[in-house]
Design a protein around this ligand. Structure first.
Ligand code: ADP
Length: 367
């Protein structure tokens, strides 16, 4: 379970309170805690690369909160996994020097699961709820008065003798993160004062992240190699980190530990990551769509069943980048492969179906 409390002093560094489960992962379960990722995570706003507009709006919110001596407004981050939602929450807690508690919508099954987070929240602290779209409706409704008036309504007793007590809470900030903003109910969305959408990163920003993180990992990497790697990590810093770690190991095992462009290419080729940064699963998705479903349109459920992969994995992890790069498009009738997908797999595109002319119809009728 992704559940941690990180104390306020940024110099103390993150302090995991509870170990996290790593077994039996499926796409519906939270990611396991990775200490190296924590090490690579920017701690201050000035260390954040890219997402300039988001960072600028957050710096204004931070300044205003400091000047007014009030907690930050509730903030909702949305965007595909690995783009920096947790990073921004961590940065905000460090900038303010307040406590940060981390949990996940999937872990908050009942009202009583969320209660300790609410009653223990210190003045001005931050509660980060990852995958907030997974909160059950009852828990979601339970936190409405928390977000509006910093109180919880607890019902005591049953039937005629039932009464509601209002429990006042300290003023704190809820930061929600979601990969599926569309699944969030309107009332929950409206209770967040800031909505920030995180976009995929461009190659320059990723090359900067890779260079900075190589230094943190004490790995020598040339600028050209960082550029090569940046073009092959699906616009996603978390993937950039994972691939950098693999390339570093490869450079150690196969060369003198220095990452050059050819070492980077060989290492990624070995993992079957192609020149566009697509991995085996991405190519299988495109291949299934084109060969089995004749390029679509087809529903994501049918694709997932054919590939024997969870629908959520396709929706959250595979499709966003393929859609963004226009390998596929989403139509009202389902997913459809684009010309780029055929070209990437070395397949020829089907001829577009020509409308049947009147002459054709007459010929068919009288043949
Ligand atoms: P999310 O919560 O959106 O799934 P994370 O915030 O956990 O993604 O990001 C994964 C990793 O990517 C972080 O540990 C960090 O190293 C890196 N990262 C993400 N965003 C940035 C950024 N804007 N600048 C530098 N590194 C980043």
């Amino acid at each position: 379970m992704r559940e941690r409390i990180i104390k306020g002093n940024p110099d103390d560094g993150p302090e995991p309170v509870e170990p996290e489960a790593t077994e039996g992962l499926s796409s519906r379960q939270p990611r396991p805690h990775d200490p190296v990722e924590d090490k690579l995570r920017p701690q201050r706003l000035a260390e954040v690369v890219g997402q300039r507009a988001v960072a600028e709006r957050l710096s204004i919110a931070l300044l205003a909160a400091r000047m007014r001596g009030e907690p930050l407004p509730h903030i909702l981050f949305d965007g595909p996994p690995g783009l920096g939602k947790t990073t921004f929450a961590t940065v905000l807690h460090n900038e303010l020097g307040v406590e940060l508690s981390i949990t996940s919508g999937a872990a908050l099954d009942k009202k009583m699961d969320v209660m300790p987070y609410l009653t223990n929240a210190a003045e001005g602290s931050i509660l980060f709820i990852d995958e907030i779209h997974r909160l059950p409706r009852a828990v979601e409704e339970f936190i409405y008065p928390v977000m509006e008036d910093f109180r919880v309504d607890v019902v005591l007793g049953e039937g005629m003798s039932a009464r509601t007590i209002n429990l006042p809470l300290k003023k704190f900030t809820i930061i929600g993160a979601t990969t599926r903003s569309g699944m969030l109910s309107g009332p929950l969305r409206e209770r967040f004062h800031m909505h920030e959408h995180l976009e995929f990163y461009d190659r320059e920003d990723l090359a900067t992240i890779i260079t900075v993180n190589a230094e943190k990992l004490r790995t020598k990497i040339s600028l050209e190699a960082a550029w090569e790697l940046a073009g092959r990590c699906r616009g996603t810093p978390r993937i950039a980190n994972a691939r950098l770690r693999w390339v570093r190991d490869f450079a150690l095992a196969r060369a003198d530990g220095v990452v050059t462009p050819s070492i980077a290419r060989d290492a990624l080729d070995m993992q079957e990551i192609d020149a566009e940064g697509l991995d085996k699963q991405d190519r299988r998705y495109l291949d299934t769509l084109i060969r089995v479903f004749h390029g679509g349109p087809t529903g994501v459920e049918a694709l997932a069943a054919t590939m024997n992969v969870a629908v959520d994995t396709l929706r959250d992890e595979v499709e966003p980048y393929l859609l963004r790069r226009e390998f596929v498009v989403r139509t009202p009738r389902g997913r459809q492969a684009c010309a780029l997908a055929y070209r990437h797999l070395g397949l020829s595109e089907p001829e577009p179906e020509l409308p049947i002319s009147i002459v054709d119809i007459q010929r068919r009728l009288f043949d």
